[in-house]
Design a protein around this ligand. Structure first.
Ligand code: HEM
Length: 479
């Protein structure tokens, strides 16, 4: 934030012989990343990521056929019709999560992880994760952790900037072993999930799921088998941890801001009552809850610097030259915490989103604003925004309808930077000195570290409804 104040809406950080350009104003984002998105849609070539991630289309440039095919196939996954179909699967998972929290409240952190991973494995591969431990959900989060560590520039030397490092002997290159381990864990999961589906299909007992459609349309989509494997991987990577991080952040916000929790609960109680679960249709009629959700996106954005881009041509913005090949960073964190745009940006106050469309303070020019900076920009904007929003809507309604969250004596429930895993570059670039000395772990996402809290069911009838619904689902599953 201090750097932004000093250097303005756009500034450059020199890293060896390359430029990292930080873009922090709505006008610059609109011009450079939205309108000129065809020239700013490349991705940086990270040796560590590429080696650890295989044919992941998110790492490819716009011109690359792997990106084109992957993006097309993913768009097919995320049509509104499909999202409506997936909602049935999601609801089953959300009932299990409520029941899990009811029965083992101390395990909430992993219940949230299980749920978000299981939604993705169910929809993509037709495979549910009934538990967190010893399931694909646990394996998935292990892979994410290892992968995030490959993004930690403090831990390993910048191989793309010093290419000769690729040739140093193995015993001098501890990152080689890390990459191999990451690849091993992730390949075992993603090749394994696909192989398991194919075996079930052969045996005639596969569930209907997205990967079945992709395999059937593989020729038409022009995808290799490995691309299909990593398409599943992209969906898991992009849809699993984001949902989990948001819901965990939401619980932390409830622990830290009890007034906001109470107001949202009152609104939900007036609308929904005790005899039914919240439904997706309720969400549009809950203005305070929607403001609360927006405030969490603003206060603790899941991807505070999005996913970095590359300028594929020299560009001019005002009197600022962005040389071809520069890394471009959409600084959502800086934008959301800019005191020129948001009144007291470090204060958590959902009401700001009831007072103005984007939560901005009076007099701010909102011409270049939109309500989805948290989902990126231009041609690479998150294709899963609607799915992410639905997930968040359902979980926030459900959890506040069912439970009250309060801090536990001696428990961990802070919402400061030490409570999150954040990538080191981000800490170095944006956060205060205090954060530099924090014990944060690497990761592109602001993922909360494990926390603990008291969770109390709010109404007996609601708890009974959860149990009954969960038993009915479990009975169906065992038939
Ligand atoms: C709250 C949830 C989510 C948030 C905040 C979020 C945010 C983002 C952001 C900031 C980007 C980078 C965009 C850019 O480069 O400008 C991104 C990319 C992406 N997201 Fe999401 N996302 C969420 C959920 C999802 C879901 C549920 C899916 C799919 C199931 C998904 C799929 C993707 C994919 C495939 C990309 C890469 C796009 C590309 O490189 O072309 N996301 N997301």
């Amino acid at each position: 934030m201090d750097w932004m104040k000093e250097f303005g809406e756009i500034f450059t950080i020199k890293l060896f012989n390359s430029n990292m350009i930080i873009i922090s104003s709505p006008a610059a984002i609109k011009d450079l990343l939205d309108i000129r998105g065809a020239l700013t849609g490349g991705r940086p070539k990270s040796h560590m990521q590429r080696a650890a991630q295989g044919l992941h289309f998110v790492l490819e440039d716009l011109e690359n056929p792997i990106w084109k095919r992957g993006r097309k196939a993913i768009t097919r996954f995320l049509t509104t019709d499909n999202l409506n179909v997936y909602m049935a699967t999601q609801k089953v998972e959300y009932v299990q999560m409520l029941n899990d929290i009811l029965t083992q409240p101390d395990e909430i952190y992993n219940h949230i992880r299980r749920t978000s991973a299981s939604v993705m494995t169910s929809i993509v591969y037709g495979k549910k994760c009934l538990t967190f431990k010893n399931s694909s959900a646990e394996e998935y989060f292990e892979g994410i952790k290892l992968f995030n560590e490959t993004n930690d520039p403090g831990a390993y030397p910048p191989i793309e900037l010093l290419p000769w490092l690729r040739y140093v002997p193995r015993w001098l290159a501890p990152w080689t072993e890390h990459i191999e381990r990451t690849t091993r864990v992730r390949n075992r999961l993603y090749y394994g999930l696909l192989a398991e589906f194919e075996e079930k299909k052969k045996a005639g007992n596969a569930e209907a799921c997205y990967i079945s459609y992709v395999l059937e349309s593989r020729e038409k989509l022009g995808m290799s088998y490995d691309e299909v494997v990593f398409l599943g991987g992209v969906l898991m990577d992009a849809g699993g941890e984001t949902a989990s991080s948001y819901i965990q952040s939401f619980v932390l916000a409830m622990l830290n801001f009890p007034d906001a929790q109470r107001k949202a609960q009152e609104e939900i109680d007036a609308m929904i009552g005790d005899s039914r679960f919240p439904s997706f249709e309720d969400y549009k009629n809950l203005p305070y809850l929607r403001a609360l959700v927006d405030e969490i996106h603003r206060y603790r954005p899941i991807l505070p610097i999005g996913l970095p881009r590359i300028a594929t041509q020299d560009l001019l913005y005002k009197d600022y030259i962005l040389p071809k090949g520069s890394m471009l960073v959409l600084n959502a964190w800086g934008l959301f915490h800019d005191p020129e745009l948001f009144d007291a940006p470090d204060v958590f106050r959902p009401e700001r989103f009831l007072e103005s469309k984007y939560g901005t303070k009076p007099g701010v020019n909102i011409e270049s604003f939109r309500n989805n900076f948290a989902f990126g920009a231009g041609r690479r904007i998150c294709p899963g925004e609607e799915m992410g929003r639905r997930t968040i809507a359902m979980n926030t309604m459900n959890m506040l309808w069912a439970f009250t969250f309060t801090p536990k004596e001696g428990g961990i429930s802070n919402m400061d930077m030490n409570s999150y895993s954040v990538v080191c570059t981000l800490r170095l670039v944006f956060f205060s000195r205090a954060c530099l000395t924090s014990s944060s772990k690497p990761g592109l996402e602001m993922a909360p570290k494990p926390f603990s809290c008291n969770i109390v069911p709010r109404v007996k009838a609601r708890a009974e409804l959860i149990r009954a619904e969960f038993e009915a689902i479990a009975a169906c599953g065992s038939e």
